[in-house]
Unconditional design. Structure first.
Length: 269
C-alpha cells in the first residue's frame, strides 16, 4: 500500500485560506495524483522475502554423492525398490500406556521406514539416491514438502524416543519383533530444524536370529527437507549418517540460494 505524499508546497501569498484547506484535503485523499505516487523510499524497499521452491534439477543437485559420506559407499541403482522386511510388523497396542495414540505413532514409524515415506508426499520436486556398503544401506531423499509439513514431521519424530522407547510387533509369519527407539547420540547441527533417532529391530530373518540397526534423520531447509536412513544387519556407521546430514543440508541450502554445490564437498570441510 502506498503512503500519502507530503502536502504540496504552496505560497501563502498566492492562495487564500480556502485553497489551503482544499489542498490539504486532496493530499490526504486517495484520489490525488500525488497521493497515488510511490515515494522513493517505498520504491527502494525490498519485496517481502519468499522461500524459494525446489526445482527438478535442483532436487537432483541437492542429492548427496559418495564423496559426501566417504568410506566405501557405492551408488545403488535400485534404491527406489528397497524394502526391509525386518521393519514389517503389527504393533501390540496393549503394551502402551496411551494405547491407541502411542501405538499409532510407533506403527507409523515402522510403516514409513519400510516404505521410505518418512517425509510423506512432496508438494513439488523431489529425488532419492541410495548407497551400499557391505550389508548396510544408506538412502537419501530430498524434496519440497512445505515448512509446516516438515516441522510437523520433525516434531513427531522428536517425541518417539519417549512414546516408542521399546515395543513389540508381530511379523506376517507370526514371529515377534522387539523394537527400540532412542535419540541419536550427539546429532549434528544442520538445517533450520532437525530430528535424529536410532532404531533397533530384533527378530528373525530367514529363520535365523537377526538385528537391524538404523539411523533415521530428517532435516528442513526453508520449505524443503531431506531424510537419511542408514544401517542394516551389520549395524550402523554413525559417522556416515552425520556426514550425510551435514553435507546434505549444505547442498540443499546452496541449491535454494541459487548456488551450485561443490562436486567434492568433503575435501573442503
Amino acid at each position: 500500500m502506498t503512503r500519502p505524499s507530503r502536502p504540496a508546497r504552496v505560497l501563502a501569498t498566492a492562495l487564500v485560506a480556502g485553497t489551503l484547506l482544499a489542498t490539504a484535503a486532496c493530499s490526504d485523499g486517495s484520489g490525488s495524483p500525488e497521493a497515488a505516487a510511490v515515494s522513493p523510499a517505498a520504491e527502494d524497499s525490498p519485496a517481502p522475502s519468499r522461500t524459494p521452491a525446489l526445482t527438478g534439477p535442483g532436487a537432483q543437485a541437492a542429492l548427496i554423492t559418495p564423496a559426501d559420506i566417504e568410506d566405501d559407499w557405492q551408488l545403488a541403482n535400485d534404491a527406489a525398490t528397497w524394502r526391509n522386511q525386518m521393519l514389517v510388523g503389527k504393533v501390540d497396542v496393549a503394551q502402551f500406556l496411551n494405547a491407541k495414540s502411542d501405538a499409532a505413532d510407533c506403527q507409523r514409524l515402522l510403516d514409513s521406514l519400510y516404505s521410505d515415506t518418512l517425509l510423506g508426499r512432496a508438494t513439488g520436486a523431489s529425488g532419492l539416491r541410495g548407497f551400499t556398503s557391505e550389508e548396510s544401506r544408506l538412502l537419501y531423499q530430498v524434496g519440497d514438502y512445505g515448512q509446516p509439513t516438515m516441522d510437523a514431521t520433525i516434531k513427531w519424530l522428536k517425541k518417539l524416543p519417549s512414546e516408542c522407547s521399546q515395543f513389540s510387533a508381530t511379523a506376517s509369519d507370526g514371529s515377534k519383533r522387539t523394537v527400540q527407539v532412542v535419540e541419536y547420540k550427539e546429532p549434528p547441527k544442520a538445517g533450520d530444524n532437525l530430528a535424529a533417532l536410532t532404531v533397533t529391530v530384533q527378530g528373525t530373518s530367514n529363520g535365523q536370529p537377526a538385528t537391524t540397526t538404523l539411523d533415521v534423520a530428517v532435516l528442513r531447509v526453508g520449505a524443503s527437507g531431506a531424510a537419511v536412513t542408514n544401517g542394516g544387519l551389520s549395524g550402523v556407521d554413525h559417522d556416515s549418517t552425520a556426514l550425510a546430514v551435514q553435507n546434505g543440508a549444505k547442498r540443499l541450502k546452496d541449491v535454494l540460494s541459487g548456488k551450485t554445490p561443490a562436486p567434492l564437498p568433503s575435501q573442503f570441510d
